[in-house]
Each structure stands twice: as C-alpha cells, then as structure tokens.
Design a protein around this ligand. Structure first.
Ligand code: THU
Length: 134
C-alpha cells in the first residue's frame, strides 16, 4: 500500500481537536509509518499535557507508543502537524526517541503548519547529528 500524504495530513488535522493541551494551547498531532509483513501501516498520536508540566507527552512519542502496541519495530516516516502558524519540528527528546526506531537517517520527517501551506521536510540525520545510538 502506498502512503497518501494528503490523507495523512487530513487525518492529523482532524486529530488536533483530541490534543490534551489546556496549558500551552499548542495542539500537535503526529503520525508514524511502518511496515508489518510487507504492509505499510500508520499510527497516530497527539500531545498529552499534564498539570505537572514536565510529564507532558509529545505527539510524536504518543504516535510511537501507539505503533509499538501494533507491533512496530521500525518507522519509515514521521509526520507532524500543529495548530501553529509555523510548522514545528520535533523537540530534542522526541528526536532521541525517534532515533530508537528510525534506522534510516534519511527517512522523511515532515512538518506541516496549521493552514497546510508550509511543509518542511527534514530527516533524523539532519535533526540530530551525531546522535547517541548503540
Ligand atoms: N509538542 C509536541 O507535541 N511535539 C513537539 O515536537 C514539540 C512540542 C507539544 C508539547 C506541549 O504539549 C506543546 O507542544 C507545547 O510545547
């Protein structure tokens, strides 16, 4: 199955309303693509804030957790959409967590702004050079 970026972005846009972000009001939704038995699958997540701010879970890590439950061992693409005017890119902690599952340093990391007129494409190799991995 090929991945239709437009339908992913459309679903991410719908998911923004599920973000639990009463403190920052920054809504983020993320999707990860992965393959299982030759089939491409997608898992989604949103940011989940907490009154104890440091316990907040970013959308990217939320999507990765959902994919893990489905049997994901490796992700081939990451998509991030937010309610912000500018496209936001994964935070430092998420970059390290993505490193755990994104073996290809050139795999796409796509960041899209709310009005979907800004699309910034990067990769974990660029976002976290000289990253810690074993
Ligand atoms: N956030 C994410 O979900 N992903 C990122 O990559 C950056 C930040 C969330 C965390 C917090 O709920 C809100 O955005 C503001 O920092």
């Amino acid at each position: 199955m090929s991945i239709n970026e437009q339908s992913i972005v459309c679903h991410l846009s719908d998911l923004l309303s599920k973000s639990h972000s009463p403190y920052s009001k920054v809504q983020v939704a993320a999707a990860v693509a992965y393959q299982i038995d030759g089939e491409t699958r997608l898992a989604y997540g949103v940011n989940v804030e907490n009154v104890s701010y440091g316990l907040t879970v970013c959308a990217e890590r939320s999507a990765i957790s959902a994919a893990i439950v489905d049997g994901m061992t490796s992700i081939s693409a990451l998509y991030v959409l937010s309610n912000q005017a500018q496209a936001i890119s994964p935070c430092g902690a998420c970059r390290q967590v993505v490193t755990e599952f994104m073996q290809d340093p050139a795999a796409p990391v796509l960041c899209i702004n709310h009005s979907q007129d800004q699309r910034w494409e990067s990769s974990i190799g660029k976002l976290l050079p000289n990253r810690f991995d074993l």
